[in-house]
Design a protein around this ligand. Structure first.
Ligand code: SF4
Length: 394
C-alpha cells in the first residue's frame, strides 16, 4: 500500500503491505526488509512507484513481456511515474527516451564505452575506478550508477542500473585521495549515473570533502551532472538547494531533450536552484525521432532560458552499442544549429559538439559562417544567408 502526501512534501510507505508495489531500487529493498512504516521524502515515494519489471512495462505499453525481459536483462529499465506521466502517446519523444525497445539488442554498431571512460582506457597511471581524468585541470567523478529513469540512449548504458557496479564507499575514498594528491585538479564534476540518487547526507559528505580539498586551489569549482530537474524534479528541494549553497561555487549541469519535459514541476526545480544562486546549464543530445527538428530544438532552448537554465551543449549522439537507432547524421545537427543561431537570442544557442570517439574530447561541430579570410578582408555569410565583408586591420 502506498500513500502519497505530496502536500506535506513526504510520502509514507507501508512496507508490510503489498510488496509488489515496492520498487526494485536498492534503497526500497532495504526498507522492505525492515517491514516498518517509514517516512520518506516525496521524491523517494515517487521513485518507489517506478515501472521497472518487464510485466509492468508490458502492461503499460502493450509490448510483449518476453521482448522487454530480453532487453532489460542487458540494459535495465526504470521509469518513475512523474516522467511516465509526460508520455502523451506511444512512440512520442518522451516514450522513446524511456521505454525499452528490441532495437537495443539488434543495434550492434558502436562500442560499449566509446568515450573511453573506463579504467582500462586511462592514459594516466593510478587513476581510481570512479574517476576519468582526461583533461589536465578537471576530472569526472562517478559517485552513483543509479538514475531516476534509465534513458535508452545513455552513453553509459553499459553500467547504469547494474547493482553490481554501484560505487562502494572504499572506491569513493580512493577517488577523494586521488583529488587530494593531484594539485592540478581544480574542477570536479560529480556524475554517475545520477549523483542526486544519493541521499542528502551522503551527497553532502562527498561534496563537503571535495570542497575542502579544493579550497586553496585557484579558481576551483564543483559541478554536478544530474538529470533530476528534468526526470524527477521533486528531487530538488529547499533543503537540497540550501546544502548546495554551502559549497559555492557549485554549478548544476542538467539535461533536457524535448520541450514536453518543461513542465510546472521542472520549472519550479530549476527556478529554486537559480534562487539559491546555483548556475544551471543544460545539455541536450540530438536524438532521432525525439528532437531532430529545428523548431523543436528552438522551442526547447527558449523554454530552458525562460526558466533561467543556460543551454550549453547539443551533443551529437555517441556511437554507443545498443543506441544506433537514435543517431542522426551530423548535417542534421548543423541544420538545427543554423536554424537557431541568429533566429533567436544568443543566450539560447548552445555549442553543437561531437564527443570524439576513443576519448578524443569534445570537438565543436558548428557550421562555418566564414567564407574567406584574406589579408584585406573576411567574407562571411550571416544567419539570413547574405554575404558581408569585414575589413581587416593592416
Ligand atoms: S540520467 Fe544520465 S546517466 Fe542516467 S541513464 Fe539518463 S543519460 Fe544515462
Amino acid at each position: 500500500m502506498l500513500i502519497s502526501l505530496s502536500d506535506l512534501g513526504t510520502s509514507i510507505i507501508n512496507l508490510m503491505g503489498n510488496s509488489d508495489e515496492i520498487s526494485e531500487t536498492q534503497e526500497a529493498k532495504v526498507y522492505c526488509d525492515k517491514s516498518v512504516m517509514i517516512l520518506l521524502p516525496e521524491w523517494k515515494g515517487i521513485l518507489g512507484r517506478s515501472l521497472s519489471g518487464p510485466r509492468a512495462i508490458s502492461d503499460f505499453t502493450g509490448l510483449k513481456e518476453r521482448e522487454i525481459t530480453e532487453v532489460c536483462k542487458r540494459y535495465p529499465a526504470l521509469i518513475n511515474p512523474y516522467y511516465l506521466s509526460l508520455v502523451k502517446e506511444k512512440n512520442d519523444p518522451i516514450y522513446k527516451q524511456c521505454i525499452p525497445s528490441k532495437e537495443e539488442l539488434s543495434d550492434d554498431f558502436g562500442q560499449e564505452d566509446p568515450l573511453h571512460e573506463d579504467p582500462e582506457h586511462q592514459k594516466r597511471l593510478g587513476v581510481p575506478s570512479l574517476v576519468t581524468h582526461r583533461y589536465p585541470d578537471r576530472i569526472l567523478f562517478r559517485v552513483s550508477n543509479q538514475c531516476a529513469m534509465y534513458c535508452r540512449f545513455c552513453t553509459r548504458k553499459r553500467k547504469v542500473g547494474d547493482v553490481n557496479k554501484q560505487p562502494t564507499w572504499k572506491e569513493i575514498l580512493q577517488a577523494l585521495d586521488y583529488i587530494r594528491a593531484h594539485e592540478e585538479i581544480r574542477d570536479v564534476l560529480l556524475s554517475g549515473g545520477d549523483p542526486l540518487m544519493l541521499n542528502d547526507v551522503l551527497l553532502e559528505k562527498i561534496i563537503k570533502e571535495v570542497h575542502f580539498i579544493l579550497r586553496n586551489r585557484k579558481n576551483s569549482i564543483i559541478r554536478i551532472g544530474t538529470r533530476m530537474p528534468c526526470v524527477l524534479p521533486q528531487r530538488i528541494t529547499p533543503e537540497l538547494c540550501a546544502m548546495f549553497k554551502r559549497y559555492h561555487p557549485l554549478y548544476i549541469n542538467t539535461h533536457f531533450n524535448h520541450p514536453n519535459e518543461i513542465t510546472p514541476e521542472s520549472r519550479r526545480a530549476c527556478e529554486m536552484l537559480a534562487d539559491h544562486g546555483i548556475p544551471v546549464g543544460s545539455q541536450s543530445v540530438l536524438l532521432k525521432g525525439v528532437n531532430d527538428d529545428p523548431e523543436v530544438m528552438k522551442e526547447l532552448m527558449q523554454g530552458l532560458v525562460s526558466m533561467r537554465v543556460r543551454p550549453y551543449y547539443i551533443y551529437q549522439a555517441d556511437p554507443v552499442k545498443g543506441t544506433n537507432h537514435f543517431r542522426t547524421r551530423v548535417e542534421k545537427g548543423q541544420e538545427i544549429y543554423r536554424a537557431i543561431r541568429g533566429h533567436t537570442s544568443g543566450l539560447c544557442v548552445p555549442t553543437y559538439v561531437i564527443d570524439a570517439p576513443d576519448g578524443g574530447g569534445k570537438v565543436p561541430a558548428i557550421p562555418s559562417y566564414i567564407q574567406e579570410i584574406t589579408y584585406e578582408k573576411v567574407v562571411m555569410r550571416n544567419f539570413e544567408g547574405n554575404l558581408h565583408e569585414y575589413p581587416q586591420i593592416k
